[in-house]
Design a protein around this ligand. Structure first.
Ligand SMILES: NC(=O)c1ccc[n+]([C@@H]2O[C@H](COP(=O)([O-])OP(=O)(O)OC[C@H]3O[C@@H](n4cnc5c(N)ncnc54)[C@H](OP(=O)(O)O)[C@@H]3O)[C@@H](O)[C@H]2O)c1
Length: 314
């Protein structure tokens, strides 16, 4: 597994990281792993060279951080860069009070059995929190960084304008950004983040599983994915078919999707969500080879033609 610099922070991260939203069985993730399976999954990730884990207090109703803690208790903590978030709590409620940041981080650290966290991002915050000229959150995070509780901070966002707000109004060193072959709206903003020396984490890289290549127009979804209407599902199925046709022979849809993101020099790590060791291993294998430059250009063109005018909703 190759590593990349996380901006200019001095932190190194594996090209493929572990997305841990589904690292626990919960109402949102009825098919998520139980505790022992989650521990085995984290160990498999680390054994394969993954050195970056993305989680949040609310993931899998709080079980994600606990499961990561269980997996790291045997002395593996120092082998991994942990990113967690602030704003969405384990009980499903939100708390955006800047005065709660330190206690939230301490609780996350306790759940994961560690005395410090590497990266903390504001978890899809509302505009008045995201904008550092209107909030004190980044100043609080800067103080916690100076105190040694965290090594870097920033925000998790969905749109290029949000990336620019963070770059313009804070001294953030970390951005978690939505981007996939079917959602390239943020692609140019990643270049600007890179120029600012900011480390970037690419979330939802398989478009919530669509770029697994396993879903189709007649797939029925449960849990968190029941948000799509039949019309949404039909549109996504046809886009995935078109994406598949752009790939070189022998390259699977998920490998093409992950390699496409790794072709961006502004990307530090890509974090597909992994429910099973099999899916995780498959994602890790994607990083072994690059996508041809001409294919990257073709996928950029596909997005410009088919999606740029009306980007996919969440
Ligand atoms: N607001 C935020 O900050 C935010 C929001 C969303 C996500 N995230 C982070 O980003 C991570 C990734 O996002 P996500 O999990 O929502 O979406 P994703 O990575 O785009 O899709 C994950 C799904 O893709 C499928 N999959 C994963 N690896 C695969 C492989 N190698 N081959 C085929 N299928 C594969 C699995 O689907 P099945 O379950 O159907 O098998 C998995 O649940 C999360 O785990 C979380 O850490 C952050």
């Amino acid at each position: 597994m190759k590593t990349r610099a996380f901006g200019t922070t001095g932190i190194e991260v594996s090209e493929i990281g572990l997305g841990s939203w589904q690292l626990g069985r919960s109402a949102h993730w009825p098919e998520g792993p139980d505790r022992d399976e989650a521990v085995r999954l984290v160990h498999a990730a680390l054994d394969a060279g993954v050195t970056f884990i993305d989680t949040a207090p609310g993931y899998a109703d709080g079980r994600s951080e606990l499961n990561i803690g269980s997996a790291l208790r045997d002395g593996r903590r120092d082998n991994v860069v942990i990113c967690t978030k602030f704003g969405h709590r384990a009980d499903g409620t939100t708390d955006w009070d800047a005065a709660s940041i330190e206690s939230s981080i301490l609780r996350s650290a306790e759940r994961m059995g560690t005395d410090h966290l590497d990266i903390v991002v504001l978890h899809s915050p509302p505009p008045e929190v995201l904008d550092g000229t209107r909030s004190e959150h980044y100043e609080v995070l800067e103080r916690l960084k100076l105190k040694g509780l965290i090594r870097a901070y920033g925000a998790s966002v969905d749109w290029g304008t949000d990336v620019d707000t963070v770059l313009r109004t804070s001294k953030s060193q970390a951005l978690e950004v939505r981007m996939s072959a079917l959602f390239q709206e943020t692609w140019p903003s990643l270049e600007r983040a890179h120029d600012h020396g900011v480390g970037t984490i690419i979330k939802v890289p398989l478009e919530s599983g669509w770029l697994s290549g396993r879903y189709a127009a007649d797939t029925v979804f449960a849990g968190v994915r029941s948000r799509w209407s039949r019309a949404d599902i039909a549109v996504r199925a046809s886009l995935v078919d078109e994406f598949r046709s752009l790939l070189p022979a022998g390259v699977s849809v998920p490998h093409g999707a992950l390699r496409f993101l790794l072709a961006h020099t502004g990307v530090s790590t890509v974090i597909p969500g992994a429910r099973t060791i099999e899916l995780l291993s498959n994602s890790i294998a994607a990083a072994a080879e690059p996508l041809p430059v001409a294919t990257v250009a073709t996928i950029r063109d596909f997005y410009a033609r088919r999606l740029a005018q009306a980007p996919l909703d969440w």
